[in-house]
Design a protein around this ligand. Structure first.
Ligand code: NAD
Length: 251
């Protein structure tokens, strides 16, 4: 896992949803560049499997549900005590919710999508920012979606929750400029990860048809962008939204 690029030497990163997909590949890249990571994920078994790829010395795992503010606050305290700081927060935990038309959309599942994708993401920003403020340095990358800009049919809760992530990111980016903390969002089009198993096959076909490059993104491509935004190299950008979408929606 050694890498001649060492942007994360001495840095500690918290990655929510870090046990799978985009979060896991980002964790692997950060560790390969000299950093340590804490994986905050609801799936304890996947955390252990992920840590086996990262090495015990370079990683820590906390099983939690990001939608529970008490669990998130406790995890922030535990991580700060163990590592003395949190330099980077990547908020990648998320679910799609069902593919359903608005008149059929189950109200409880609408709420669950919001509980995880935006309330949970807010709780992680909310409880990690004070730790970063103590250190006068921080990089936050919130994983939104191109759906939050364009809207996807039959995915109203997901699209709306990701639009809220963009609004939160723009607000915090401005709010934290004096604290040495940048807050940016990325808006991927479809990426080949386990989350696609939550979707109907016809919806996956529809999303592919929307991408001018006519392919899905790869986790390696996502990790490359996230680890640039979350590094010291990206120092003059905050409250920004980065498309990574094969040409879909560039406004
Ligand atoms: P993934 O399913 O591989 O990873 C998501 C991770 O989040 C999983 O490990 C899961 O256990 C964790 N998680 C889910 N609910 C949680 C909770 N309540 N608390 C803590 N952890 C929880 O999917 P992925 O594609 O890597 O998704 C990562 C992020 O990227 C998500 O926010 C997703 O909405 C976003 N995104 C994905 C795509 C795509 O096509 N894959 C496109 C745009 C945006």
């Amino acid at each position: 896992m050694a890498n001649s690029i060492r942007r994360y030497e001495g840095r500690h990163a918290v990655i929510t949803g870090g046990a799978s997909g985009i979060g896991l590949k980002t964790a692997q890249r950060i560790v390969s560049e000299g950093g340590t990571v804490s994986l905050w994920d609801v799936d304890a078994d996947k955390i252990e499997a992920a840590r086996a790829t990262l090495g015990a010395a370079s990683s820590h795992g906390i099983g939690l549900d990001v939608s529970d503010p008490e669990q998130v606050e406790k995890a922030a305290q535990e991580t700060a005590e163990k590592y003395g700081k949190i330099d980077v927060l990547v908020c990648s935990a998320g679910i799609t919710g069902p593919n359903a038309k608005v008149a059929d959309y189950p109200v409880d599942q609408w709420k669950r999508v919001f509980d995880i994708n935006i309330h949970g993401l807010f709780f992680c920003n909310r409880f990690v920012v004070p730790v970063m403020q103590q250190n006068g340095y921080g990089r936050i990358v919130n994983v939104a979606s191109i759906a939050g800009k364009e809207g996807n049919p039959n995915a109203s809760a997901y699209s709306a929750s990701k639009a809220a992530v963009i609004g939160l990111t723009k607000s915090l980016g401005k709010e934290l400029v004096s604290d040495g903390i940048t807050v940016n969002a990325i808006t991927p089009a479809t990426v080949d990860t386990p989350i696609l198993q939550q979707l109907k096959p016809e919806f996956i076909d529809y999303m592919l048809s929307k991408i001018p490059m006519q392919r899905f993104g790869k986790v390696e491509e996502l990790a490359s962008l996230i680890t640039w935004i979350a590094s010291e190299e990206c120092s003059f950008t905050t409250g920004a939204v980065f498309d990574i979408s094969g040409g879909r929606a560039t406004y």
